[in-house]
Design a protein around this ligand. Structure first.
Ligand SMILES: Cc1ncc(COP(=O)(O)O)c(C=O)c1O
Length: 407
């Protein structure tokens, strides 16, 4: 396995133009990768191949260009299937993780009396879609911010219809032991829906080995384009899922007043899809495969350890869930006792140091409210992030804190 050395990382600048941008003559340090990643030129070129070619629609009509473009679109589907270990017809292309989870929550036609368990460190995307559709139960946290497994086991005795799991927290970068969580849910007969938006970019998530029923992730968090997301669903579950949208491209036959749905996955892709997005996602996966998912995972883990160690050297700030024994990736969220308005922090980091990171409740407000009682400042890495970038972030935070927190 080739480790992603600092020297090796420097070479990514040749492929990813965003890594060489400057702000007022100083290099930009991008540490908002959990929100969305930078994009390699190869991904943009692939999208342009569609837009600058015979940029026809797909699966409609029989001319040569349609067949060629349709093949490329379907090839992208098979590439995703290969990546996550399923069949091509179990991969649905949608806009993003949010749309994918909404499709499931709406399409499985829950009764208000059905019990659904939601992991409470979830992003709002894997929380709000379940609200008001069923009887929701939240798995509690431990004091350190980890999931309370005893509480999870207790809730499972309700025999919930669905367990909605957040594989990797966008706040802490902590990965839960997914196999254990799924095996427990299955033991009680629940359907398992996994939000893997923060996991698939960094490690191999094999849906067959893990026995996942539905899983969602977004292309833009793994070098791909915005507006392109994936829903995996087991064939037998997709066949029972109610489509979210009706219209062209998702029916085999229409008469006045009735229609026959196309086979899965096409029945979930009504209207013209993001065709260029499929080209781009395919190229993004090629790029990640070239680096290697073992290497990506190792780098993510090392980054997580490095960022946590740097945070722990400072006693004026508090990382959310700093347990060093957890499986974590390169994300750290910091709170600063004495202030909960971190907008000034982020603004100064950006405008005076060129460092782009995120503040606020990170679309995980119940978790942030519980763990930090206010906003946090989040830095998140990807494989192209260097240790120098992380050092610059913490040194800049030191300088800003010495002024803002003293005031
Ligand atoms: C864990 C998690 N789930 C879901 C989402 C939502 O992704 P999207 O905005 O692409 O739908 C995010 C985005 O930050 C996330 O981090």
């Amino acid at each position: 396995m080739k480790l992603l050395s600092e020297e090796y990382k420097d070479k990514f600048k040749n492929d990813i133009p965003g890594l060489s941008k400057e702000l007022d003559g100083s290099p930009v340090i991008y540490l908002d990768n959990a929100a969305t990643t930078l994009k390699p030129r190869a991904m943009v070129d692939a999208m342009n191949e569609y837009y600058l070619g015979v940029s026809t629609n797909i699966h409609r009509g029989k001319h040569y260009a349609i067949e060629e473009v349709s093949n490329r679109y379907e090839h992208a589907r098979y590439k995703v299937a290969e990546l996550i270990g399923c069949s091509g017809n179990e991969v649905v292309f949608l806009r993003n993780t949010t749309e994918a989870i909404n499709l499931v929550a709406n399409g499985i036609e829950l009764e208000p009396s059905d019990d659904v368990i939601v992991f409470s460190d979830a992003h709002h995307s894997n929380m709000l879609p379940w609200f008001s559709r069923a009887n929701i139960h939240f798995v509690q946290f431990m004091e350190n911010g980890s999931i309370d497994w005893d509480h999870y086991r207790k809730l499972l005795q309700l025999q919930p219809k669905v367990v909605a799991i957040n594989y990797c927290s966008n706040v802490t970068g902590v990965y839960i032991p997914l196999k254990a969580a799924i095996d427990l849910a299955k033991h009680y007969g629940a359907m398992v829906v996994v939000d893997a938006a923060q996991a698939v970019p960094h490690r191999r998530v094999n849906v067959s080995e893990l026995d996942i029923d539905f899983m969602a992730f977004s292309a833009h968090k793994m070098l791909g384009p915005t507006g392109m997301g994936v829903l995996f669903g087991k064939k037998e579950y997709l066949e029972q899922l109610k489509p979210g949208n009706l219209g062209g491209g998702m029916v085999d036959w229409v008469e006045l007043g009735s229609y026959r749905l196309r086979k899965i996955p096409h029945r979930f892709e009504a209207g013209t899809p993001h065709i260029a997005g499929a080209y781009g996602l395919s190229a993004a996966i090629d790029y990640l495969n070239q680096i290697g998912f073992d290497e990506l995972q190792q780098d993510d883990t090392e980054m997580g350890e490095y960022m946590l160690a740097k945070a722990m050297e400072r006693d004026y700030l508090k990382p959310v869930n700093p347990d060093p024994n957890l499986d974590r990736g390169g994300v750290i969220s910091l709170s600063f006792p004495g202030t909960d308005n971190l907008d000034d922090f982020a603004r100064i980091l950006s405008d005076s140091y060129g460092i782009m990171c995120r503040t606020g409740h990170l679309c995980a407000q119940p978790y942030i409210d519980e763990m930090s009682k206010g906003q946090v400042l989040r830095a998140s890495a990807y494989f192209y992030t260097s240790r120098d970038n992380i050092d610059s972030f913490f040194n800049s935070v030191d300088e800003i804190a010495s002024v803002l927190l003293a005031a």
